[in-house]
Every structure is written in C-alpha cells, then in structure tokens.
Ligand binder design. Structure first.
Ligand code: MCA
Ligand code: AMP
Length: 512
C-alpha cells in the first residue's frame, strides 16, 4: 500500500468525521470535506497560473481560511510551499524570491505590491487574498510582469471535483526560511513524510483526538502554527477556531466561548493571557491541555500560569529544520525548566565540542535525528553539510540530561540568536542593515532580558565623525528594510565596541 501524506489523511478524516470536524475562520466554517473540495479548486487555480509539481508557491500572508486553502491546493498539486511572514520587508523578501524562485505568490494587496516592486523574474502570478477590493483579472501589461488575480473569485470559478493528491511521501512539501546565524536566512526543507511523522508523534504526545476543540492563534507562516497547529487539527479531524492573530482578550474569550480543550502558544502568549486574567483564577472547565514552545519558558511564568489557570503547561522543543523533537510527558510530572523526552521515533545526543557524548547532567550541544527531521537547506549544500554531516542535526542549542529521569533541559544557545516573543532575530542581519546607514561606523546587536518578549533586540552604535545621535532615525531605517519586530528597541551610542584580543565584539559586556 502506498504510504500516506497529510492530504490522504485529511481526506480520510473528512470521510470519517463528516459532518463534524472543521475549520472556523471568522464567521465562516468549512467542514473537513469542504476544505478538501475547495482546495481541489485552489489546486486547479494554481495549475492554471503555471504551477507544476515541484514548483514553489510563496504564501506571504498571515493566518486565514484563504491561506489554508492555498496551502492545501499547492500541496495537492505537488508544489512546494514557502510560507513567509507578511511583516518581511524588501531585504528579507528579495532573498526569498531570489533563492526559492516561486512561480506564484499569495498575499494581501500591500504585501503583493512589495513583491511586484521587486520584479522577481520567476513570479508569473500574484494571487490576492484578504480584505480590499479584489482586482479584476488583470493581464500582464508588459512582458515578464506577473498578472494579479483574486484568489477567492478564481477558486469559486474553478471545479472542486476530486484532484487526486500527487505528492509522494519523499517529495518536498515545504521550504521554511529560518534565521541563520551567519549570512542570509536558510530555507529548511521538509518532506511530506517529515510532516506526517511529526503529526503522528505529536498526536500521541498531546493525546490529540477528533473530540478536541482547538483555538489556533499562532501565525501559519512558521512551523509551530502550520506543522503543529494546522496539521494536527486537520489530521485529527478536530473542531478548530482559527484566529487571524493573537490578542490576549480575544483569545481568552474564544477559549471560554468555544469550550476549547486545547491551546498552543509561545511563552509571550502565556504571559499576556496571565496579565489579561489579572493573574487571578480563571476557569476554563473544558480545557484539557495548554502546550508551550518555540522559546525558553521561564519557570516562574509556568508556575504563575498554573496558579491562575489550574493547568501545567506542557512544554515542547523544536526547530524548523527538525520539527518538534522533545516534549514533556502528558502524564507524570512536567518540571518547569525542562522540555521532556524525545517524541516517538526521535533520538537525541548531547555532545561536547569534539562531538563526544557527555555524561548525564553535563551541558553539551543537542543533536537530533528521526523521521521528522528534514533533508537539509534548499540550494545550500555547505550549510546542510555543516549541520547534517554526522547523520545527526546540530541544533546549536545547549542541553543537559537529568541523570534521574532522562528529561532534558535547554541550557542556552551555542549560536548567536535573539529570541524575541518566539520570533528569531539573527543579530548579524540587523548589524548589516545598521552598517548601511551613512551615519554608522559600526554596530553590535544583542538581546536584553525582557519581561514580555523574553529577550528584546538592542544595539550599540558607533557613529561616524560629525554624525549626530538619532536613535529614531536608525530605528526607522531598520523598519524600512526589515520586519518591524527585528528593529532595536533600544539603541546606545558608544565611542567604541568592546572587543577581545581576537577582535570579537564582547556582547556579554554590552548586555550588562
Ligand atoms: C510583534 N512585535 C514584536 C514581536 N511581535 N517585537 C518583538 N518581538 C516580537 N515577537 C512588534 C511588531 O513589530 C509591532 O511593532 C508591534 O510589536 C505590534 O505588532 P503586533 O503584530 O500587534 O504584535 P503582537 O500581537 O504583540 O505579537 C506578539 C506575538 C507574536 C503574538 C507574541 O510575536 C507572535 O505571534 N509570536 C509567535 C511567533 C511564532 O510563531 N514563532 C514560532 C517559530 P511596531 O508597532 O513598532 O511596528 S517556529 C519555532 O520556533 C520552532 C520550530 C518551534 O519550536 O516551534
Ligand atoms: P526556529 O529557528 O524558529 O526554528 O527556532 C528554533 C529554536 O527555537 C531552537 O533552536 C531553540 O533555540 C528555540 N526553542 C524552541 N522551543 C524551545 C523551548 N521549548 N525552549 C527553549 N528554546 C526553544
């Protein structure tokens, strides 16, 4: 029997569950069978735009029903989806368009204007979603210019007849750009088999069933929202309430109103839910499980959350390149400060600088392997070799295994990376942009502890002779070029950067 992909599983869940199970987005609800049918039409629209199996489709948009339909349609066609945060500005976007060479970009009007301005040669069509007047079908005005179509009108005009899913388990499903520590973002590749394996492992780890009711408030352009949240929802056949964004008051109201049993979030979301409930007891009688991941969860936050909501957060650890590899036990103690044990099928090692396994209780770099681990970076053999060489993926995270019960704690990072509200900010990317400013001689970017975001982006800047310090101008300069969450929230002007004998900037000293 041919192995299955998440698309086969969606069809199976649709047949088994109908008419229960479905996706609510605003006032609309689509049963799983309707999602399956409408995404057939989406696949046909994409095919008519020139998308063939293996071609890339960039989903440059936040969470919405249209995102889900375009995503499923592209996968059915055998295309490779490239999700991208619509907050990305021209620096990030230009690289994704150049490296992934998508044939179609799906996004809201403003985002598509940004794509059009970059005139990427690979892009043949822009599919507009979201509010705002849908454009009438507009043919290209000049050679090479992509045509713009309304996604929904095109889908409505296309046949929803069965479109047999084409991809095989070994085919690529996703390229997700993730912030490298050096150079540009790298496209982490994920195969259909990786998605399915992780979905199964997490269904077991979270005891996810068709009877669950999930409030989904994570962005779909990262693997947490997409591969954990959406895939889990579709494959379990549970009732899912998709919110366009996280806002604490709205989420608390939705959890209560929809009698949610399951919620997935990042530490900043839990801290905001707690603040919203005024840290006082908040009853959610139907609730079964709150899962937390993507960034370090301060143990004090886990304890305060438990006191107010009566639930121990289940913390899990993952990476775009490997999906989710560790999770605290569903039953048994969930110790704040640990991320638990490998999920089904995953193996881990903790090694020293020479690649030798360390003793339990000793800190070392975490390595992982398993069926959910992707095959490497898109068009980057050198970076793939550097991280995958040993047959295990180097995570760049420091970890320690508890000698008593084997549970793993993440102790820090071997690589330079700021984790702000679970968004990843490579300091180098911001430093390079600051260095382009005519007033800046050099800049160092680092994280400062922040109660809301975990870490906040900060910069120390040395100005060129004669330039006047103007933090607002530098911030605005960054915002024009990079996603706004990467901008420094504080800028300190210094006469020189502290360096060690090798010339390396001492960021620890700047962060003090
Ligand atoms: C938004 N802003 C931020 C952040 N988010 N600044 C710093 N860090 C952030 N994380 C800024 C915006 O640029 C904007 O600035 C202002 O805050 C308001 O924007 P808004 O969109 O309203 O933000 P928010 O609602 O406050 O967003 C906070 C958030 C969001 C909901 C916590 O950051 C979020 O969804 N984070 C989750 C990211 C995620 O899914 N990561 C998973 C990666 P201005 O007004 O100046 O323009 S996958 C992963 O890590 C692995 C695989 C794993 O293990 O899961
Ligand atoms: P990304 O680059 O978005 O794939 O993020 C992956 C990184 O997020 C990991 O390498 C970790 O540094 C971090 N991360 C994910 N989950 C956790 C967690 N539960 N605790 C600490 N760090 C985490």
């Amino acid at each position: 029997m041919r192995a299955m992909t998440i698309l086969d599983r969606l069809r199976r869940a649709a047949a088994r569950r109908a008419p229960r199970g479905g996706l609510h987005a605003g006032v609309q609800r689509h049963s799983l069978a309707e999602l399956d049918a409408v995404s057939n039409a989406a696949a046909r629209v994409l095919r008519a735009c020139g998308v063939v199996p293996g071609a890339r489709v960039c989903l440059y948009a936040g969470s919405s029903l249209e995102f889900v339909l375009a995503y499923l349609g592209a996968l059915k066609l055998g295309a490779v989806c490239v999700p991208a945060n619509p907050a990305y500005q021209r620096t990030e976007l230009a690289w994704i368009l150049e490296n992934a060479e998508p044939v179609v970009v799906v996004g809201e009007r403003e985002a598509l204007e940004r794509v059009r301005a970059l005139a990427a040669p690979s892009v043949r069509a822009l599919l507009q979603i979201g509010a705002g007047a849908a454009p009438p079908p507009r043919p290209a005005r000049c050679r090479g210019e992509p045509r713009t179509l309304s996604f929904l009108s095109s889908v409505r005009a296309a046949s929803a007849r069965r479109f047999a899913p084409r991809p095989a388990p070994d085919d690529l499903a996703l390229i997700v750009y993730t912030s490298g520590t050096t150079g540009r973002a790298k496209g982490a590749m994920l195969r259909h088999a990786n998605l399915e394996a992780n979905c199964d492992a997490l269904a077991a780890a979270f005891r996810w069933t068709a009877d669950d009711r999930l409030v989904h408030a994570l962005p779909l352009f990262h693997v947490h929202g997409l591969c954990v949240g959406l895939h889990g929802a579709l494959m379990s056949g549970c009732e899912t309430f998709l919110l366009p964004r996280f806002e604490a008051t709205t989420v608390l109201a939705a959890l209560a109103r929809e009698r949610a049993t399951l919620f997935l979030g990042v530490p900043t979301m839990y801290s905001r839910l707690l603040e919203c409930a005024d840290a006082r007891p908040f009853a959610l009688p139907a609730m079964r499980l709150f899962v937390c991941g993507s960034a370090p969860l301060p143990p004090a936050l886990a304890r305060r959350f438990r006191a107010a909501f009566g639930h121990e957060l289940l913390e899990r650890y993952g990476m775009t390149e490997t999906l989710i590899t560790l999770a605290q036990p569903y039953e048994g103690p969930r110790r704040p400060g640990t991320v638990g044990l490998p999920v089904a099928g995953v193996e881990v090692r903790i090694v020293d600088a020479a690649g030798k396994d360390v003793q339990n209780g000793t800190e070392g770099e975490l390595l992982v392997r398993g069926p959910c681990v992707g095959p490497g970076y898109w068009r980057d053999a050198a970076a793939t070799e550097a991280a995958w060489a040993s047959g295990w993926v180097r995570t760049g995270d420091l970890a320690r295994r508890d000698p008593r019960d084997g549970q793993i704690a993440i102790a820090g990072r071997a690589r330079e990376l700021i984790i702000s509200g679970a968004y990843k900010v490579p300091p180098r990317e911001v430093e390079e942009v600051l260095a382009e400013h005519p007033d800046v001689a050099e800049a160092a970017v680092f994280g400062l502890p922040d109660a809301d975001l975990g870490e906040a982006v900060a910069a120390a800047v040395v100005l060129r002779p004669g330039a006047a310090p103007d933090a607002a101008a530098l911030t605005a300069f960054c915002r024009e070029r990079l996603a706004s969450y990467k901008k420094p929230r504080s800028i300190r002007f210094v006469t020189s950067l502290p360096r060690n004998a090798m010339g390396k900037v001492l960021k620890d000293r700047l962060a003090r």
